[in-house]
Design a binder for this molecule. Structure first.
Ligand code: NAD
Ligand code: DAU
Length: 340
């Protein structure tokens, strides 16, 4: 397949491209990424070195740019689009939701329009469990659960899901939507819980736990999510929505204590801080449909996944330092300087 992957310099997109390059040797990927603060081209440097110009092409640009997207679809004869590009951090959406509307809603609409006009065979839209809102003590979200987003981020993702649905119903456009729970693993930007707590614990800084720390997330190792997205691309039913989860519900405070214990650091570093406004209490995913129709199953439990993740951050301290110092923002200049 010839794929347009958007947001491939971000956390999950980068892991997805690594997976496809390894496991689908016939595939060609064009990675369209705007390189916002969350996009790090260094995530793709090994892929660029090995496959650049043959099976892998990087284009810096916006999914909302219809002309650019149309040009890529035409010149690279794209078969399918996998849309990871988004503003993804809930706290940032609370401070200012404008970029979330711009990319997640308007950008997705433009990407859908260009893809429909060109006539791609498949469009996988990568969404989130957060569109369902929050759960109480019991129960799980299924694909039939009503959408009830509580943050500007999740509202923007729910809007993009609805646009995808409408394109399927109205235009017969070949969309598959995936909704996944919280990811963790290599290349995650240290604004999200696990890499943030790892980084602070390493530095002996206090670890800010929101509210009472009892909020529950269903953690999935990123490679398992990427496998699910790839199954949805290759086997998914057009018009379907597939939930993915890790079957690994954890309270935030227990995630934080696990990281501290793995690093041999004291729990005295934990500091309870003011809660996130509109903070969803609990997420849990029922992914029976994906298991039945796609053969999806998470392969790593939380204990194994968090150890893999910590090992990766330990072995890639330069990556984390580059992100934290802001040096990653000048990577493109350094990379092209090095190549010319
Ligand atoms: P991320 O913030 O790490 O990466 C997003 C990437 O998209 C970045 O490389 C950024 O530069 C790029 N981007 C942003 N705006 C763009 C635009 N207008 N045009 C082109 N590129 C743009 O995000 P992530 O955690 O990798 O999430 C990827 C997708 O998966 C998102 O759609 C998110 O909603 C969804 N998702 C994330 C999780 C999670 O736990 N992180 C869980 C479920 C679903
Ligand atoms: O559920 C899927 C979603 O998971 C994705 O759609 C989002 O893109 C992704 O960012 C993530 O959203 P969360 O808000 O759940 O992730 P975050 O890492 O920001 O927070 C996880 C939990 O940890 C949440 O309950 C808030 C809490 N938290 C977070 C931070 C950053 C803290 O207690 N302290 C913190 O400093």
């Amino acid at each position: 397949m010839r794929l347009l992957v958007t947001g491939g310099c971000g956390f999950i997109g980068a892991n997805y491209i690594h997976l496809v390059m390894r496991e689908q040797p016939e595939d060609v990927i064009v990675n369209l990424d705007k390189l916002t603060y969350a996009g790090n081209p260094e995530n793709m440097v090994d892929i660029e070195r090995e496959f650049g110009g043959e099976r892998y092409f990087f284009v810096q640009g916006d999914i909302g740019n219809v002309e650019l997207v149309s040009h890529i679809l035409r010149t690279h004869k794209i078969d399918a689009v996998v849309n990871f590009a988004a503003e993804s951090h809930v706290d940032r959406s609370i401070d200012d939701c404008s970029p979330f509307i711009e990319t997640n809603v308007v950008g997705t609409k433009n990407l859908l329009e260009a893809s429909r006009k060109y006539g791609v065979d498949r469009f996988v839209h990568v969404s989130t469990d957060e569109v369902y809102g929050t759960l109480g003590e019991d129960g799980q979200f299924s694909e039939e659960s009503p959408l009830a987003p509580n943050s500007p981020y999740s509202a923007s993702k729910a809007s993009s899901d609805m646009l995808c649905r409408a394109f399927f119903e109205t235009h017969d456009f070949p969309v598959v939507i995936t909704r996944c729970s919280n990811n963790y693993g290599p290349y995650q930007f240290p604004e999200k819980l696990i890499p943030l707590m790892y980084s602070k614990a390493k530095g002996g800084e206090s670890l800010p736990v929101y509210g009472d720390g009892q909020n529950v997330r269903d953690w999935i190792y990123v490679a398992d999510h990427c496998r699910g997205v790839d199954l949805a691309l290759r086997k998914g039913r057009l018009g379907a929505v597939y939930n993915f989860g890790g079957a690994a519900e954890m309270k935030n405070i227990d995630v934080v204590k696990t990281i501290l214990s793995a690093l041999g650091k004291s729990e005295d570093l934990i500091t309870y801080v003011k809660d996130r406004p509109g903070h969803d209490r609990r997420y849990a995913m029922n992914f029976d449909l994906a298991a039945k129709e796609l053969g999806f199953a998470p392969s790593l439990n939380f204990a194994a996944g968090i150890q893999e993740t910590i090992d990766w951050y330990e072995q890639n301290s330069a990556w984390l330092e580059g992100v934290e110092s802001g040096a990653y923002r000048s990577f493109m200049n350094r990379w092209y300087g090095e190549r010319s």
